[in-house]
Design a protein around this ligand. Structure first.
Ligand code: G4P
Length: 526
């Protein structure tokens, strides 16, 4: 048996959050390059000019649209450690999937485009991380392009996110004249050389102050001024405040030319905490070296069209996973033999033999597994309930071909169980026309596509006028039923929701009748 605690301490499990086009994919590729998992541009995460055959594209729909909808995990070695990068969907839209992936990470890298700063999607994803108190490392990317002033960007982070930015690296030059970075911890100036297309690591040279001044002149002096100012402002790193999500170490660089990529990977190892004991539903931490336990954070069906299978993704929380071991699925109490355990990086699947806390394992045909479920050996565990997300988009689903009613129903059930969309029912309407609720409208496209292609049930998803949902109870539901502009429905997990057509109407109701139970769901969508 390996030493579980020692293995856990070598793990870092994180995600990258960013607004589309800030450079998340490019940075991911460069991580693999620096991790030795990718030797050149070939076989990259999202090959240039060939985005449709991206490694992380799973479903046909993704391929058609050239976007990544489902999440993947990439595992790669770095400096004797094992880094698990959970990929969050990179489209402009928001989905519940994104939240769930973030619930399985220990940290996030927030990538900003240096010419744009904080963008809408950055802010939303950041809020999710903040809710969970996830430590955030900031990477200000594209410094090889003319951008904004570095100090101005720091102000923006501080003001808009209420997050204290602490630069660890500071750029010398920018745009075409971006020469390298000063590591504020050591005072070293790391000068980089560009390589063709950034397809190999950027050679680095440590340059002392005298040589830097002689060779880089005003660029060096300008950078020095910036560093001195930061020192005066006492922008110093504090591990505790970083771990509680109050402070973010900031790195500058260019994913394209590889400048600064190594420093940020080093930060993942040196600054980001390794997996810690996960707290169970009773509030007790389960020690890392307790018997094996894991949490299901994603369920994905039909990833492999040839096999029509269903994969449940688990994050290991304690103990050692060995392929073939029989685990107990907590909610059903049923044993499950883990013969088909896989790591899934895009379309490439490899069998996983062993895994430790922080790692992700995909279990094929784990049909009863749902998001938030616990699996364990020996000592039973339940994880805290997965929060319900506030849907902001609603559609009524109806089959376009009545002879396919059965396929329609089983398709809806399946997609509901996978968490692709929330399925709501009005008491009097029943199963023929369920209401679908989503955090982001792209979820509906996925539903429509999958119902038609996987279940042979073409559907119409009719728009409806609701805009806001609140959790309610039986007593309030009775009072609401007589009112206009509000509809009470039941979600498949049994929760009652009140759907409002106008947020103002809801606001008035909250003021006029404060005794009503109208609880806000977390994380309002777009
Ligand atoms: P995303 O996953 O966050 O959506 O962004 P992605 O990495 O796909 O990058 C978006 C665009 O920004 C790409 O250009 C990419 O090459 C470019 N980019 C990423 N990092 C840097 C950087 O450090 N410097 C510069 N100058 N550009 C960067 P594109 O033209 O949309 O696509 P491509 O054809 O170049 O791949």
């Amino acid at each position: 048996m390996a030493d579980t605690k020692a293995e856990a301490s070598r793990r870092r499990t994180f995600a990258i959050i960013s607004h589309p086009d800030a450079g998340k994919t490019t940075l991911t590729e460069k991580f693999l390059l620096y991790g030795g998992a990718l030797t050149s541009g070939a076989g990259s995460v999202k090959a240039k000019g060939d985005r449709r055959s991206a490694t992380s594209d799973w479903m046909e729909l993704e391929q058609q649209r050239g976007i990544s909808i489902t999440s993947t995990v990439l595992q790669f070695p770095y400096r004797g450690n094992v880094l698990n990068l959970l990929d969050t969907p990179g489209h402009r839209d928001f989905s519940e999937d994104t939240y769930r992936v973030l619930a399985a990470t220990d940290a996030a890298i927030m990538v900003l485009d240096g010419s744009k700063g904080i963008e809408s999607q950055t802010r939303k994803l950041f809020e999710v991380c903040r809710n969970r108190e996830i430590p955030i490392v900031t990477f200000i990317n594209k410094w090889d392009r003319p951008g904004r002033d570095a100090l101005e960007l720091l102000d923006e982070i501080e003001e808009q996110l209420i997050l204290e930015p602490v630069p660890i690296s500071w750029p010398v030059g920018d745009g075409d004249r971006f020469r390298g970075l000063i590591d504020r911890r050591s005072g070293d100036f790391i000068r980089y050389t560009r390589t063709a297309g950034g397809s190999t690591e950027a050679p680095e040279e440590l340059v002392d102050a005298a040589k830097a001044e002689a060779e880089e002149g005003e660029l060096w002096l300008g950078a020095q001024e910036g560093v001195e100012l930061l020192d005066v402002m006492e922008r110093d790193f504090d591990a505790k405040r970083f771990e509680s999500g109050e402070l973010s170490p900031v790195f500058f660089g260019s994913a394209l030319t590889n400048f600064g990529v190594r420093l940020i990977l080093d930060a993942m190892v040196d600054l980001v905490p390794s997996p810690s004991p996960r707290v169970d539903r009773n509030g007790d931490p389960r020690p890392l070296n307790a018997p094996f336990s894991a949490i299901v954070f994603k369920v994905q069906a039909n990833m492999d069209r040839a096999h029509r299978d269903r994969v449940a993704f688990l994050r290991v929380c304690s103990g050692q996973f060995d392929r073939g071991m029989v685990v107990t699925h907590e909610p059903t109490g049923k044993p499950f033999a883990t013969k088909y355990a896989q790591s899934v990086s895009g379309q490439a699947r490899e069998t996983v033999e062993q895994a430790f806390p922080g790692d992700v394992v995909g279990l094929v045909n784990a049909n009863d597994f749902r998001v938030g479920d616990a699996v364990y050996v020996d000592e039973a565990v339940q994880w805290p309930l997965v929060p319900a997300f506030a849907p902001a988009h609603f559609r009524i689903a109806r089959t376009l071909d009545t002879s396919k009613a059965k396929q329609f129903r089983s398709g809806i059930t399946q997609l509901d169980e996978e968490g692709v969309v929330q399925v709501l029912r009005e008491p009097d309407v029943g199963d023929q026309a369920p209401i679908l609720a989503a955090v982001g409208p792209l979820q509906f496209e996925v539903v429509q596509h999958r119902l038609e292609n996987e279940f042979g049930a073409p559907v119409e998803l009719a728009p409806c006028s609701w805009t806001t949902a609140r959790v309610t109870d039986g007593v309030t539901a009775e009072k609401l039923r007589g009112m206009s502009g509000v509809t009470v429905v039941t979600r498949s997990d049994g929760e009652m929701l009140a759907l409002f057509e106008s947020p103002y109407w809801l606001q008035r109701l909250e003021i006029d009748q404060p005794e009503l139970t109208l609880t806000k769901l977390i994380a309002e969508g777009t």
